[in-house]
Design a protein around this ligand. Structure first.
Ligand code: ZN
Length: 320
């Protein structure tokens, strides 16, 4: 095995109203909106990307605001929680901040030796802030959250499965994950030696029905690869394991291959480059609607069909 997955690249979830999603992630959580685009398969829907100041791979949580969808139904074959890395000692700050916006985090937990604060976003998406040491991260100077408390990127994700074994086998034998331990019914898998941004935790729930996408659910987990040669090599291995990956798709800021893992959750491979600065000045990321070149001729129609969004002003966020 030479091509390797190096960690989470991005996590994409389904939101309700776009403005509320923006208010929460850019305003309350203080992440930077690094790209305002549209769903390339459904250009009447935004695709909003929140990340660190540079939008580096591994920091990026993205949303399709599909407010016409029903709320998701939690169940097996779905990712059920996204974890975001925060600095050690910052959870007291976060507990108070979330509480100030009327979100009641559940109690602090210790998971695999790390302190975690789970809560639900305004659409019911399960998020956990997890304290972790230093990692590659660029603070966002215009965030309402002080730099030493800011979210540093994706930490890991949780997945429910009817059967652990087929997914575990696929993760370890095809994708290069390592099984590193179990705690409270969760089996932890890690990539590239582990560490923040390289975790996937799975719980087996044999009697539960299949989960269903909807607002408040994770749509897919995307995993990092260095570039196209590594992505295509992994694609070949995924195909050999019978998982029927898509062809490589050009997502403009990265190149992607999609496939279902054996339990039915949607996974993606995504290349580290070229990145979000390929089509915008890095100092102005996310300020205007960016369309991939093939949608540019339809810009007027697309813009007319999208709700206007405004960045939350510091301390001006109110959540309905
Ligand atoms: Zn994706």
């Amino acid at each position: 095995m030479s091509a390797k997955i190096t960690g989470l690249h991005h996590v994409t979830a389904i939101a309700g109203p776009a403005q509320r999603n923006l208010d929460f992630y850019a305003g309350v959580l203080g992440m930077r909106l690094v790209k305002k685009s549209v769903n390339q398969d459904d250009p009447a829907t935004y695709h909003l990307f929140y990340a660190d100041a540079e939008g580096r791979p591994g920091t990026d949580l993205t949303f399709f605001p599909w407010q016409q969808l029903a709320p998701s139904r939690k169940g097996v074959g779905l990712s059920v929680e996204v974890q975001l890395a925060v600095p050690e000692g910052s959870l007291a700050f976060w507990e108070e901040r979330l509480g100030g916006y009327g979100l009641k985090p559940t109690t602090l937990e210790v998971r695999f030796g790390e302190r975690a604060l789970p809560f639900r976003d305004p659409d019911g998406l399960e998020v956990a802030l997890v304290e972790t040491g230093q990692r590659e991260f660029s603070p966002w100077e215009r965030s309402d959250v002080p730099e030493n408390q800011q979210i540093m990127g994706l930490h890991g994700a949780r997945l429910w499965e009817r059967e652990l074994y087929p997914t575990a086998t696929f993760l370890t034998q095809t994708l290069g994950f390592e099984a590193v331990g179990q705690e409270n019914g969760w089996s932890r898998f890690s990539l590239a030696g582990g560490g923040s941004g390289r975790f996937l935790d799975i719980k087996e729930l044999p009697n539960l029905s299949r989960g269903q996408w909807g607002t408040g659910s994770i749509h897919h987990l995307a995993w990092r690869v260095d570039g196209t040669p590594q992505e295509l090599e992994l694609r070949t291995r995924i195909a050999a394991a019978g998982r029927r990956p898509t062809e490589q798709v050009d997502r403009f800021w990265f190149k992607s291959v999609y496939f279902m893992e054996p339990g039915g959750a949607l996974f993606e491979l995504a290349t580290d480059g070229p990145g979000f600065a390929v089509d915008e000045d890095p100092t102005r990321l996310g300020e205007s609607l960016v369309l991939p070149p093939w949608l540019e001729p339809q810009r007027a129609t697309i813009e007319a069909g999208l709700p206007l969004l405004h960045l939350p002003s510091p301390r001006g966020v109110s959540l309905p």
